[in-house]
Write a protein that binds this ligand. Structure first.
Ligand code: PLP
Length: 393
């Protein structure tokens, strides 16, 4: 059997590299907060047990459990009817593009970008148009404006939506209010829908998180979920909210798809309702992540003493870093070559920058790693990486 054409270009670098890895490899590729020592908070775990034992095991309504939608609508400051529960944020992304994208549709996404976005846009027949980010990984406003101009033809604007991921995966950068405002204003002026992925909203270390919907004047879909801030990625609960739409077409389209897949996990929705009442775990998680980030940056600095030129924009949120190794001598053919050789020689798994649609210049190799592990494991991983890099002549 031959694979369908539409699947040929679909990739998810974060997991695609994760096959046949040598035993004992330290995996810094997947953004699952539970892989190392973080645990799901007890109150959330108990809420799930109670939901299952209490008989909440039926099909929920397709748009989500009403009480949960009401609670999220209150939290996000939007209408209940504009709040939809999905099987993870991933399903919300899929439903949005299934509803917005057809052949010829363009969607602006950042470069580097979390790979689900470009892949799903392509799957539904559209084209991701990558906007540049500056040396601090902030979206380049001029480039966004240029791309919008180019997307316009005599038949209208081909660009339907712009994606922002804040706090960002893969860079960990958190956007300032002014920047978010500017992007939202440009989108509104050009009749472009903003899709704001805020799944890491509570994991911000050094500044205040600004929800894009709080500054947007035009149509905006906000995405969030349980996987990161509530440490329950396996429960597959996410949600999306719609604001400032002139009609209900997008919402009704998404609801059709919701009915087609019956419902999101019912007991997890009831447990989520409880989880929203008590978020005391988050301060501890945030403090721990901040300290692990600082440790990682210190280790990068120490590598300079060994002549390894590794540089990284300081992550301000989430749990990702997007560093680069200077490679003026061309020791590695590509970022992928670097990552594969680190995997096979140092037994540390990170993800190549091009897997996030970011093309490294020839003299640099970008990669993404999580700084989720406790210091001891992070130390071991970065020592192994340093020893390997030093050994390459
Ligand atoms: N959006 C972003 C930016 C992510 O980083 C991830 C997972 O890593 C997702 C969405 C997927 O989240 P979920 O587990 O809710 O499907």
């Amino acid at each position: 059997m031959k694979m369908l054409k539409r699947l040929e270009k679909i990739t998810y670098a974060i997991r695609d590299l994760d096959i046949n890895v040598p035993k004992g490899t330290i995996k810094l590729n997947i953004g699952d907060p539970l892989i190392f020592d973080f645990k799901i908070p007890k109150n959330i775990e108990n809420a799930m047990k109670h939901a299952v034992e209490g008989g909440y095991n039926f099909y929920a309504s397709s748009e989500g459990v009403k009480e949960l939608r009401e609670r999220i609508a209150k939290k996000e400051n939007c209408r209940v009817e504009d709040t939809i529960i999905t099987a993870g944020t991933s399903e919300a992304v899929n439903f949005l593009f299934a509803s917005l994208v057809e052949h010829g549709t363009q969607v602006l996404v950042p470069s580097p970008c979390y790979p689900q976005y470009p892949s799903l846009i392509k799957l539904w027949g559209g084209t991701p148009v990558f906007y540049k980010c500056d040396h601090n990984w902030n979206p380049d406003i001029k480039d966004i404006k240029d791309k919008i101009k180019k997307g316009k033809s005599w038949t209208g604007n081909k660009i339907r939506a712009i994606v922002i991921i804040n706090p960002n995966n893969p860079t960990g950068v958190v956007y300032d209010r002014e920047l978010i405002q500017e992007i939202c204003d440009i989108a509104a002026e050009n009749d472009i829908i903003v899709i704001s992925d805020e799944i890491y909203c509570d994991l911000v270390f050094d500044k205040k998180f600004i929800p894009a919907a709080s500054v947007a004047k035009g149509p905006i879909a906000t995405l969030n979920g349980m996987s990161k801030c509530y440490l329950a990625p396996g429960w597959r609960i996410g949600w999306m909210t719609f604001e400032n739409f002139k009609d209900n077409v997008l919402r009704e389209s998404v609801l059709k798809l919701c009915r087609l897949r019956l419902c999101a996990n019912t007991p997890a929705q009831y447990a989520m309702l409880k989880a929203l009442e008590d978020k005391t775990h988050i301060d501890k998680v945030r403090a721990e992540l901040r300290s692990r980030r600082d440790f990682m940056l210190k280790k990068f600095d120490e590598m300079h003493e060994d002549g390894i030129n590794i540089n990284c924009v300081k992550p301000e949120g989430a749990f990702y870093a997007f560093p680069c190794i200077e490679d003026k001598a061309g020791k590695w053919k590509s970022d992928m070559d670097f990552v594969l050789r680190v995997r096979d020689n140092a037994h540390v798994l990170v993800v190549h920058g091009s897997g996030f649609d970011y093309i490294s210049p020839p003299d640099k190799k970008y990669f993404r790693m999580v700084f989720l592990p406790p210091e001891k494991i992070l130390n071991e991983a970065l020592e192994r990486m340093r020893d390997y890099i030093k050994s390459v002549k």
